[in-house]
Write a protein that binds this ligand. Sequence first.
Ligand code: HAM
Length: 425
Amino acid sequence: MSYSLPRGTQDILPGKVEIWHSIEKEIRELSRRFNYHEIRTPIFEHTELFQRGVGDSTDIVQKEMYSFEDRGERSLTLRPEGTAGVVRAFVEHKMFGQPDLPEKLYYVGPMFRYERPQAGRYRQFHQFGIEAIGSVDPAVDVEVMSFAVELFRKLGLRDTKLVVNSLGDASSRIAHREALVEHFSGRINEFCSDCQRRLHQNPLRILDCKKDHEHELVGNAPSILSYLNEESRTYFEKVKQYLDALAIPYEVDPTLVRGLDYYNHTCFEVMSTIEGFGAQTTLGGGGRYDGLVEQIGGPSAPGIGFGIGLERVVAAIEAEKSAELASGGIDVFVVALGDEAKDASVSLLSQLRSNGLSADKDYAEKKMKAQLKQANRKGARFVVILGEDELAKGIGVVKVMTTGEQIEVSVNEVATYVAAQKGGA
Ligand code: HAM
């Protein structure tokens, strides 16, 4: 009997996990700079939270949730996204009572959607998300977008673009909804059965149907931007003004609607524009959700955030060959020749590690040339060679792999020497 992975899941193996670590490190560092704090919510929640939060008319709730009954006959669901759980925690822990809103939170972890697996689309995937809850200031919208843009920049991704839209406030949306119903009603029988149901439940969903996205009526559907009322238009103008002030390039796409029901006003996505990246080019997306806190039992409190799919970010890093991040190399490899040198290498390795360096050596009695090859395979930035002659003189030879430069250093000082040099290599 042999076992294989469940469809749509992945093992993240050594060699690749280092890219994940680099991304996670960047995420935590940027969260510190933007002053967002980590929140860890359960991986499963009550099913009704997602039905109400994400929305009954969405594909996520209709088709993609991993729901199950526990032994106490409660319906639970593996979280398909992070926002609903974070907002539930915001309400449950009465964070709305804090003097300094917005509450700025971030999370990283696995999410689950029963989707048809393909490159960039999985059944278990990982999201990094941020949520700023408790402010309607358009400057917060721009803080959230600039966080996403800055993260991709720090990860070395150059081929990305930010696409923004406004879905307006409740009254703008009612007017737009009526226009959509009128637009599609006459020819709705040309659409899939899901869209026929969506027509009256939530016609906005027709615009992002995976099956009918090429239908001409989707292409020339009434644009939400023509239905924004004065207040919504002013809000969107302010958001764009701040984006311009920060010199963040963006495109306005009036057809961007997003696949979750809770959005209003600002919504946005960041896409990869690398050629041949595949069908799933959206690295992350988000928007404002001013009614969500109230909808799931809290007081009226506005919010905005984004979620970024980490599998897609890893793929983009690999596709752009953001080499430094992609390499999981070690700092130092110790090459030892002869019994005495082998003994000395054991304590040298320990000193290197105590100095904060990642270090390794050969444990298979390899010859010099084979040890050097092993150092290369491990992506070592420095190699320290301990030979019998060197050891007799109390020195090791430190080789900088990027330049080929070699320096003799007293064995006792090798660790501090390499640690000091590391920044420049
Ligand atoms: P979403 O657009 O559903 O938004 O997901 C955000 C990102 O998660 C997507 O852009 C994509 O990169 C990734 N993603 C989604 N589904 C999959 C999948 N099956 N496989 C791989 N990656 C996937 C949300 O989830 C919102 N909670 C974002 C948000 C936060 N809005 C406000 N705050």
